[in-house]
Ligand binder design. Sequence first.
Ligand SMILES: [Zn+2]
Length: 257
Amino acid sequence: MTSQSGARNDDSKREQTSPDSESSPTFGPQPGVSKQDASRRKFLQTAMGSAAAGAVTAGMAPSSALAQTLLTPEQALKELLDGNKRFVSLKLTSFEQDVAILRNHTSEKQQPFASVLACADSRVPVELIFDQTIGHIFVARVAGNFITPEIIGSFEYGAAVLGTKVILVMGHGSCGAVDATIQHKAVPGQISALFPYIQPAVSKAGTDVDTVSKANARIQAALLRDSSTVISSLVDHGKLKVLAAFYNIGSGVVSLL
Ligand SMILES: [Zn+2]
């Protein structure tokens, strides 16, 4: 259950890291919204800057219809990791936000501050484990969380157009796709189409599932950085971080690799 004092402390910390938090005109506290709610929302408003501020796009003209987060890559990463701490300690705040209001505010535009590539595994609910809600994280999921041209294109869109400031490539414990690749299991249908993407991590890291999952996350994060000039350019200019991470499905903890 939510601890009121814990959540308030988190809010005040976030406000300290948020420049300009009083001046964001995007959307103010709503009637009937609690102080705690309003405080967290204020942070998120700051995270979602006004029209195309800091438009990062490589050769892409900012549109007045687009707005991007004002968070730095470091602040965006901190917001993700702080959210994971709230998840681990069962002090979630995202459920306290009014979903109807959020849905209304994001119906015509989105301003996610982070992207996450995760496994399709049902035990890896990305928004939940980072304590985020509608409009905050740009997520792609595929069993084995590996990079393909389609995934690259998706994250290029997330970073260059929507303005995400951090991309996490996140493996997890007890991954079935990794285990099946290690075992070279006979599988029905097209499941084996997953294996070639994960095989480099198996070749590098051996037969322990979690060790291979971590190696795979590192390999895929490097692949994403190196195979996209859009993403590598943003990284080189300090406007984007691309990091590998590992989710412990037992403890709920996300660790950077
Ligand atoms: Zn998995």
